[in-house]
Design a protein around this ligand. Structure first.
Ligand SMILES: NC(=O)C1=CN([C@@H]2O[C@H](COP(=O)(O)OP(=O)(O)OC[C@H]3O[C@@H](n4cnc5c(N)ncnc54)[C@H](O)[C@@H]3O)[C@@H](O)[C@H]2O)C=CC1
Ligand SMILES: O=C(O)C1=N[C@H](C(=O)O)C[C@H](O)C1
Length: 250
């Protein structure tokens, strides 16, 4: 059986360099290009890449995806910075090239995907819920893509269940003291040397609290999800948002 021809964008970055090693080690894949900032995207076409793993920056990701979609190259995207406007733009490109598949995964690690699912399940049963994400201090964006997605899922689950607004008597606060408001869910971002990627979802009800915590201790935690995404996206046209769509979690 022929191997899946995979390229990496952002190949010298923290997660990109780990992805290069994981793809090289995968028996069913061939790493056909490993591009860094300044490299020409035409190299992807010359290398006949079937799938690109996009691990760059929010400033670069849209230009890279525009090129990939136009050239029929499927994409597995870990880069953050996804807004409704960006998603709409990507969907419109994919409508023009409907055979191309793009997976955007706010987090590739199974523990983080499960954290999001558990938080979504638990949220309607508690009065209060807040998200705390903790990352290495070299991270460019805050809050993390994972925390933003977690808060959105929590808010959607609470809205569907008809939950009351969260209790919060704060009338005066320093800017930022109550975190960022993501669809009504407070999200707090901590940047600390020594950390990699961590998240807590704190839920509170009368006389009890529940804490769901996940820790990525090494970039290897993201690799099985990236490889799964690359294998599945080639047969999944259109936009898939979230690795959970490629996992049987029920
Ligand atoms: N979805 C997930 O599970 C994960 C997502 N991430 C996200 O992946 C992104 C990258 O994270 P890190 O590796 O920590 O950042 P990083 O800064 O270490 O790496 C990014 C790399 O992309 C390169 N780059 C920038 N523009 C480029 C372009 N146009 N073409 C090719 N290369 C380009 C940079 O020079 C840099 O080497 C971030 O958005 C981060 O949040 C990180 C870890 C896990
Ligand atoms: O920048 C990182 O490191 C990470 N970014 C992603 C995010 O913003 O959620 C995934 C993970 O948290 C690591």
């Amino acid at each position: 059986m022929s191997k899946l021809r995979v390229a990496v964008l952002g190949a010298k970055g923290r997660i990109g360099s780990e992805a290069v090693r994981a793809i090289e080690a995968a028996e069913d894949m061939e790493l056909v290009a490993a591009l860094s900032r300044g490299d020409k995207l035409e190299a992807l076409v010359e290398a006949d890449a079937q799938v690109v793993v996009e691990l760059t920056t929010p400033a670069s990701v849209m230009g890279n995806l525009d090129f990939c979609v136009r050239h029929g190259i499927h994409a597995v995207v870990g880069t953050t910075g996804w807004t409704d406007e960006r998603l709409a733009q990507l969907r419109s490109w994919l409508e023009t090239f409907p055979e191309t598949g793009v997976l955007i995964a706010p987090n590739f690690s199974i523990g983080a995907v499960l954290t999001m699912k558990f938080a979504q399940q638990a949220a309607p049963y508690f009065e209060s819920v807040e998200v705390v994400e903790l990352h290495h201090p070299n991270k460019a964006d805050a809050p993390s893509g994972t925390a933003t997605r977690t808060a959105q899922l929590i808010a959607a689950a609470r809205a569907e269940a008809g939950s009351a607004p969260q209790p919060d008597a704060t009338t005066t606060a320093l800017d930022g003291a109550r975190g960022a408001d993501v669809d009504g869910v407070p999200v707090h971002a901590i940047r600390l040397r020594g950390l990699l990627a961590h998240q807590e979802v704190l839920l509170g009800g009368e006389g009890e609290t529940l804490t769901i915590r996940h820790d990525s201790l090494h970039h290897s935690s993201f690799m099985p999800g990236i490889l799964l995404g690359a294998r599945r996206v080639v047969t999944t046209p259109g936009l898939t948002f979230g690795l959970e769509n490629f996992l049987d979690l029920n």
